[in-house]
Design a protein around this ligand. Structure first.
Ligand code: 3PG
Length: 306
């Protein structure tokens, strides 16, 4: 069996070594395609692969057409909006993710971004502390739960809303559950986004919603750029000069955001949420194990195209 790791943004070496240990033990061949810049490179590398490990790399119908032997693709990470699930099903390819494996890494970055924002991007002026501020967590999945855990250490008040998670489960984690996302924006100083990019959530973070934030509010996005209505957010933030936006996913309109919101906007040059050795090891090795589990024993626990 041939396993291809196709990562435009590579894993750490220790993670690749860990993946190789798993594939070696199974008697599989491991091939790396890292830092590729053209889709054609992926199309030729995938041609004879039986299994594929990716990160945010796009797997669409064209890639699946080119992958004649492919049986399984594992997104080493949480969000699988980069895989065309219908096309995978049509090609009889099992698609999986590795939920939770990089969650702490993403959650820690939320606080890196927040400290940077409340200290005025380290420009020397007097900022504020996170202690005593109210943090709203939008979606209480693996990342949201880790954000809540860390926020307690900062002495923050914490509220959350999740359309798919019962209030009781949120409250069992020691977090105040609110009825809807509007209530979260209305009552919190900071809102942290952890929703996936789906047809329901795309562009759902719009001007009407963000305008509900309290004076001096901060929106932090370590989820997906697609959930933001960029023109509306830009126009609102240009007007509401008290608000800040910090994001780990550069908007398509990054240049306009940077120009119009100078001193109140920051985007990481490259998505860094899951870019730690620990997250790479956790997600990469989980992906390799899930491939072996599926090919050897038919285990489909984390399949997302059922
Ligand atoms: C995820 O969905 O797991 C995160 O967004 C991390 O994405 P990455 O593997 O491309 O860094």
């Amino acid at each position: 069996m041939k396993v291809l790791v196709a990562t435009e943004k590579p894993f750490s070496k220790v993670a690749v070594d860990g993946i190789k240990a798993v594939t070696d033990a199974a008697g599989y061949e491991l091939v790396l395609l890292e830092k590729y810049t053209e889709k054609n490179q992926l199309l030729s590398a995938v041609a004879d692969a039986d299994a594929l490990i990716i990160r945010s790399d796009k797997v669409d119908a064209e890639v699946l057409d080119a992958a004649k032997n492919l049986k399984i693709v594992v997104r080493a990470g949480a969000g699988y909006d980069n895989i065309d699930l219908d096309a995978a099903t049509a090609h009889k390819v099992v698609a999986m993710n590795t939920p939770g494996q990089n969650a702490n890494s993403v959650a820690e970055l939320v606080f890196g971004l927040l400290v940077y924002a409340v200290r005025n991007f380290f420009n020397g002026t007097s900022g504020t502390e996170l202690k005593g501020k109210k943090l709203g967590i939008l979606a209480f999945g693996n990342v949201g739960r880790n954000v809540a855990r860390i926020a307690k250490g900062f002495g923050m008040e914490i509220a959350a809303y999740d359309a798919y998670c019962p209030k009781e489960a949120i409250e069992a984690a020691g977090v105040m559950a609110v009825d809807n996302q509007e209530a979260l924006f209305e009552t919190c100083d900071i809102v942290s986004l952890h929703i996936p990019a789906t047809p329901e959530t795309k562009q759902s973070i719009n001007a009407e919603l963000v305008n509900k934030l309290k004076k001096g509010g901060i929106l932090v996005n370590t989820a997906r750029k697609e959930v933001i209505n960029e023109p509306e957010l830009l126009a609102l933030l240009a007007e509401r000069t008290d608000l800040k936006y910090v994001t780990d996913i550069k908007p398509d309109m990054d240049a306009e955001f940077a120009e119009k919101l100078a001193g109140r906007y920051f985007a990481t040059p490259k998505k860094m949420g899951a870019q730690t050795a620990e997250a790479n090891v956790n997600a990469g090795i989980a992906a390799a194990n899930q491939i072996v589990g599926y090919l050897e024993q038919g285990i489909t626990k984390f399949q997302v195209n059922k």
